[in-house]
Ligand binder design. Structure first.
Ligand code: SAM
Length: 227
């Protein structure tokens, strides 16, 4: 059975997708699930490490999906050919790693309608990528699984000029509108941590003023939204 996290991620791959890529696929659980759910979808499972690559190959064989899921060894988007896929999933990594994979493979992104990204931390770097490269954030979701909090961001290329405020980049433009229970819980925790750090910084002699001000600004944004 797929984890709640991967099931939610899978739900953002449109059923009418022709071929999608799952980069950093590990056991290929996600592409197997999507292909078993939607009989016309095909997938590429990309992996940079040989151990997970072998696990992916075995999983694909186990479900008899070798004719629809191509497991490929390689770094980031180098496993896809230009124009080959219409959706990319990158899940279960830090936001800065996800962003660097996208930045390093920009030439592969022109044919892609949708990016489904699930950062474990640093979702902000993905939002900054969206602004820089003209992607609209069309969905954001936050969920708790086994005590860990995950975010899912769905980006679509846009002809509009994309702009988000600094507060939206930090907290998430859509999450800010929905403000669910998990969102409140996550940011209350961050608030407490940041307030402690700010106190320590104020007592320290060699504090970087810009860093201190950034933290103070962030705690203000959080307080505005959760209290
Ligand atoms: N996507 C799966 C999930 O969400 O459960 C697996 C996440 S796992 C924590 C991260 C996987 O990404 C590992 O299998 C790792 O080998 C792979 N990985 C890390 N950097 C990568 C890169 N630059 N290109 C391809 N795969 C990468």
């Amino acid at each position: 059975k797929l984890s709640k996290r991967l099931e939610k991620v899978a739900g953002y791959v449109p059923p009418e997708t022709n071929v999608f890529a799952d980069i950093g696929s590990d056991h290929a659980y996600l592409p197997c699930y999507v292909c078993l759910t939607h009989s016309s979808v095909k997938a590429i499972a990309g992996e940079v490490n040989v151990g997970p690559l072998e696990a992916a190959i075995n999983q694909v064989k186990k479900y008899d999906l070798s004719n629809r899921i191509d497991v490929r060894l390689g770094n980031g988007l180098e496993v896809i050919n230009p124009g080959e896929v219409d959706c990319i999933v990158i899940a279960g990594m830090g936001g800065t790693l996800i962003t660097s994979i996208l930045e390093n493979g920009l030439s592969k992104l022109s044919s892609i309608k949708r990016l489904v990204l699930q950062p474990n931390i640093d979702a902000q770097s993905i939002r900054e990528f969206a602004v820089k490269h003209q992607y609209e954030i069309i969905e954001e979701e936050i969920l708790d699984e086994d005590g860990y909090i995950y975010e899912i961001l769905v980006l679509e290329s846009s002809s509009k000029t994309i702009h988000y405020s600094s507060k939206e980049l930090y907290l998430g433009p859509i999450l800010l509108q929905t403000k669910g229970e998990v969102f409140i819980r996550k940011w209350s925790g961050v608030l407490h941590k940041k307030e402690r750090i700010i106190q320590q910084m104020k007592q320290s002699s060699n504090v970087q003023a810009s860093k201190l001000n950034e933290f103070i600004q962030q705690t203000q944004w959080i307080k505005e939204e959760i209290s």
